[in-house]
Design a binder for this molecule. Structure first.
Ligand SMILES: [Zn+2]
Length: 117
């Protein structure tokens, strides 16, 4: 296992880029386990692309909290339900497969909820 600590410069987008890695890893675990695909199936790929788009448009960016607190505001209801299923399935498996991303995700969840207004 290799731990990669990003350098301190270029802070902008760092948080969102890590979030994208985390969510891609979760989709990979989910699709392999549930759909028995080596690569992401079309459904999972579509949902992942949607999630990445939400991250790109997330108004909080580097101040973003964990997804569970943000989903309510920016995902459409059906997409939110589908992503939640992926998280529920992959979440407990992340610590074993991607400990760095899993730990960072836990730390992000401890932040004060970002508030736009
Ligand atoms: Zn799939």
């Amino acid at each position: 296992m290799t731990l990669v600590f990003p350098s301190m410069h270029n802070m902008a987008g760092r948080r969102i880029n890590r979030e994208k890695k985390t969510i891609a890893a979760m989709f990979s675990i989910y699709c392999r386990g549930k759909h028995e695909e080596q690569e992401l199936c079309d459904d999972c790929r579509e949902l992942l692309a949607y999630s990445e788009e939400r991250l790109d448009k997330c108004p909080f960016q580097d101040k973003k909290n964990s997804c569970t607190k943000c989903l309510i505001h920016c995902y459409s209801q059906p997409m939110r339900d589908r992503v939640r299923e992926v998280m529920r399935y992959s979440g407990p498996k992340m610590m074993a497969k991607h400990p760095y991303l899993a730990i960072m995700h836990l730390i992000d969840g401890k932040r004060e909820p970002a508030c736009k207004k």
